[in-house]
Design a protein around this ligand. Sequence first.
Ligand SMILES: Cc1cc2nc3c(=O)[nH]c(=O)nc-3n(C[C@H](O)[C@H](O)[C@H](O)COP(=O)(O)O)c2cc1C
Length: 331
Amino acid sequence: MAIRTKFTEVFGVEHPIAQGGMQWVGRAELVAAVANAGALGFITALTQPTPADLANEIAKTRDLTDKPFGVNLTILPSINPPPYDEYRQVIVDSGIKIVETAGSNPAPHLPMFHDNGIKVLHKCTSVRHAVKAQSLGVDGISIDGFECAGHPGEDDVPGLVLIPAAANQIEIPMIASGGFGDARGLVAALALGADGINMGTRFMCTVESCIHQNVKEAIVAGDERGTELIFRPLRNTARVASNTVSREVVQILNDGGQFEDVKDLVAGVRGRKVFDDGDLDAGIWTVGTVMGLINDIPTCGELVSRIVTEAEELITNRLAGMVEVKAGSVA
Ligand SMILES: Cc1cc2nc3c(=O)[nH]c(=O)nc-3n(C[C@H](O)[C@H](O)[C@H](O)COP(=O)(O)O)c2cc1C
């Protein structure tokens, strides 16, 4: 048995499951393990310090899998922007065929990707941005609900409404993102009109994810209330783990502080220390509310096969078993 959707067909992947870009986490070992499990993994371009490092990471991933995988290009407004054009060139030159864009309008990058036969999956957090991306010609949408790790946007619409609202207007393949971690989520997403799911936090807590074991164990121990929304007053909200640092950031900004006042607390180097050294209070680290559904640290292969097998079982037995065929009606 297999679950076939518009997403699996268009993106040429076995299962309707993706692993979205994750800063510091989306590296070769994880992406290759996801690919080998039959799902679609994305290397996070900007985790690599230079475009040349990205080329090496892509080559390293190819050594670990012969299945398709993609690259995430997160485009964020910044005072000193990374050399996006050079990262994009590396993606093209490396023969990558799928890119996940996120963060802002993908328009400037689309012609080059499409001219080189690259499919673009655009991740966004609102129906209006999904509709806009569809009109620009992207090949798929990943619609990220309020539950998600990272940037949920400012509209605060959870997946239960966001996914069907987007499905009403999206005709290209669309996967649902934010809060997914198991078969129940996959089946729910399909029922809500999506063609699959994208998971960040769940893949972060697997054997092949290269972060410190302490972080994985904290995710297993944590529950669905274990996150904070930082940068709310700055309208650049990010969902991160609740710890002494994130709570301080929330407090300072709620008291009228500005970005300058929290800049050192939220520095990327501090967040990276969490993942590298396992010191959970060293800085800000990204995680989603789905933490409340995560109780183990499986391999990516175990995780994907469990989700797909249980989803098939849910659809064919539990849900099908609820449908009562009345006597005299045509089954
Ligand atoms: C540690 C971490 C880092 C992330 N970094 C990025 C990023 O750099 N770019 C991006 O587009 N999304 C990023 N995300 C968001 C994920 O790709 C995905 O959209 C999100 O995790 C989905 O929500 P979930 O965690 O509930 O599955 C990150 C998520 C996590 C957990």
